[in-house]
Design a protein around this ligand. Structure first.
Ligand code: MG
Length: 368
């Protein structure tokens, strides 16, 4: 009797093991698609898409800037400042010489024409030699991600200042882990991984900005949560802002040089337009597009400018669509499938062509 009980119990246990053992193996369907996280793959799955091929960058030397990786957006290669503007969108007034650009006292910050959100940034900089001034007055400039969050540029080779304001500090918030500065007059490099902050529709902060920074190849910030806009002598809370904004470089009155600047946009999860080019123009450049446009069948389209942002609206139609610039004439909507192209007669805006939901281009003449 006792023997039988043991046999029964053993069979029961074996059944349990088999049942749970088998059901613990995921089905083919659950391997192919995990609805919450997109497709998942079998180990060593040959059908899994391979990463795109990128030619790696070449290393810079003190004498010569290296070449960017093949998939980078080159912002400055030493030739000109065509990818840069003054902060109001006008011409940038820094000096370009040999293979570098140099800040000019009083010329103001410069910013990229293109806006960026999540990105990898490579910047090389040189503080002046012989060094002049002390503390914050020596070789001061800065790399402003989204024009708001500053990675300090300063001559911190032999120059004491407050820790959260020395070279490679997230200004006013976090000193770098180590001081790995080269001497003034030597080229240094920042390699930055930046994740833009995310905001809810009501403006609440969903995720703070994140930064990882290598200075001269050495890790100085590791996945640091930025607390908000970086300011002198104050703490500021996050203010909601667009998902892409220009990168800017600071004029702090010291002639700091920059060379070999490039960016790689990092795709945000679930955002199909994350890597679509987005140029940021000033109000002056956008003003010429504002007006009422009419097509052959009498349909009207209104282009307005609100706080530096162009909008299109069809009278009696849906709400205004913000327009994002792909070139100085070509725009698109991020929220509906719509493309826009302004038609110029020499410099005057004559018409706009609109293609909604790939239905074909419709031309509207400017009436005022
Ligand atoms: Mg600065």
């Amino acid at each position: 009797m006792k023997k039988q009980l043991i046999i029964h119990a053993s069979l029961f246990l074996l059944t349990l093991v088999l049942f749970f053992g088998i059901t613990a193996i995921p089905s083919a369907q659950s391997i192919a698609a995990d609805s919450a996280h997109g497709p998942t793959w079998r180990v060593h799955d040959w059908s899994r898409p391979r990463p795109p091929i990128v030619t790696p960058p070449t290393t810079s030397t003190q004498q010569q800037a290296g070449a960017p990786p093949s998939d980078a957006i080159v912002l400055f290669d030493g030739s000109d400042m065509s990818n840069w503007r003054a902060m109001d969108g006008g011409a940038a007034k820094w000096i370009v010489n040999e293979d570098y650009m140099e800040s000019v006292r009083g010329a103001g910050y410069v910013r990229t024409l293109q806006g960026f959100g999540d990105c990898q940034v490579h910047v090389e900089f040189m503080t002046p030699t012989p060094p002049r001034g002390e503390s914050q007055g020596r070789g001061n400039s800065g790399v402003f991600l989204m024009g708001i969050y500053e990675v300090q540029v300063l001559d911190s080779y032999d120059n004491l200042t407050y820790a959260d304001g020395q070279c490679a500090a997230i200004y006013g918030q976090f000193p770098p882990q180590v001081n790995v500065c080269r001497k003034p007059g030597e080229w240094q490099a920042y390699d930055i991984i930046f994740k833009a902050p995310q905001f809810a529709e009501n403006g609440d902060l969903l995720k703070p900005a994140l930064i990882t920074l290598f200075q001269n190849g050495v890790l100085v910030h590791d996945h640091v949560e930025i607390k908000g806009p970086t300011n002198w002598c104050s703490k500021s809370p996050y203010q909601p802002h667009p998902g892409k904004l220009p990168l800017s470089l600071q004029d702090h009155g010291n002639p700091v040089r920059y060379r070999n600047i490039w960016v790689r946009e990092l795709p945000a999860t679930g955002a199909p337009d994350a890597c679509r080019k987005e140029l940021i123009f000033g109000e002056k450049q956008l003003q010429r597009f504002v007006g009422t446009y009419k097509n052959k069948s009498g349909g009207e389209l209104e282009i307005t400018l609100q706080q530096g942002q162009l909008f299109s609206s069809f009278p009696g139609g849906s709400s205004d669509q913000p327009l994002f610039a792909e070139s100085d004439q070509r725009f698109y909507s991020k929220f509906v499938n719509a493309e826009y192209e302004f038609v110029l007669d020499s410099d005057r805006v004559r018409a706009i062509k609109v293609n909604v939901t790939n239905g074909g281009w419709d031309e509207y003449q400017k009436t005022q």
